[in-house]
Design a protein around this ligand. Sequence first.
Ligand code: FE2
Length: 390
Amino acid sequence: MISPFEFVLPTKIRYGAGMLTVLGEELQILKAKKVMVITDKGLVKTGMVNKLSGLLGAEKIEFTVYDEIGANPKDYEVEACTQRAKEEAVDTLIAFGGGSPIDAAKAVAVLAIQEGKAKDYRGINKVQGDCLPLITIPTTAGTGSEITFSSVITDTQEKFKFTIKSASIAAKTALVDPELTVTVPPLITAATGIDALTHAIEGYTANCTEPIAEAAGLYAVEFIASNVVEAVKNGENLEARDKMMMGSLLAGLSFSHADVGSVHCMAESMGGVYDAPHGMCNAILLPYVMEYNLPYAEYKYARVARAMGITEHNDRRAAARGIELIKKLVKEIGLPGIRSLGVNPGDFEMLAEMSFQNGSNSSNPRPMTKEDYLLLFNRAYDSDHSTNKQ
Ligand SMILES: [Fe+2]
């Protein structure tokens, strides 16, 4: 029997090449009077924020731009952005960028109306009451944050990442336009693409998953695995970008309704301590966690492998070949090993403890102790024979 579950998706999705142009229409539906665009400086430099501003200007919508959000959004960035949103009395937010501006905007949506700091809303369903309406416009195919209920913020004092997970912080509308990703550089395409693949695999295999999340995750694996190399090597290929964008969205749908697992527990620990790029951390850890989980997830990993094009009837062999294929993919798209991120083995005890304490630890298909995490950090480190050692 299928275990009882609930499936809520409060976000309207408008998907397709050129979809950015319906922004004015969506703002009218939300009755927006004054809008804040939350983004980052990198996107300003590319001229994409100018393009968005042009659209808002043409629609005669009053707006302000906040571009101070960095990678791995920090608590103080969220607070400063909230302060500005209050000062400027904005009534609607637009998150424009990768996962960082989108996650930051979700936290700002709460704090602009409700009391306290981002950390006060840490955990599941801690956000009650109103939030500012939010439109998300992703410019990378990776986080799926445009439709998830999660916001991952770094506590800079304690050096750890915490998650606010509540349907209340989900965007009202996600405008998902693959054309926005054609200029994303190869390394970011690679890192965000493997983040999406990790969401798909972890969402599909999480202990708490359900059939809708499983279906979305497994289909996402197919989209991502067959297009990530082309998207990295030939970024102008809109067909590949399209499939990556849809893969990322489906993967987001999967993990936000199920959960992530140990790859994210470990990646978030590394992100919190070293400010290391999230997608790269996932890419490094994914094969090691899958190898470790294999006895507990053989059937599902075999299906993941088949979704990646492996034709092997025996589940154990198919799963093992799938893990090898992921290792090959990660290498082929130029992602570095763990040593290149400046990781210090002396920190592994602490990182293992943080991974164990992560809220998603219990969702991993294999029950994990602190010692298990320690073993995996060491395994990833010892297996990294890259020339890029520090
Ligand atoms: Fe992720």
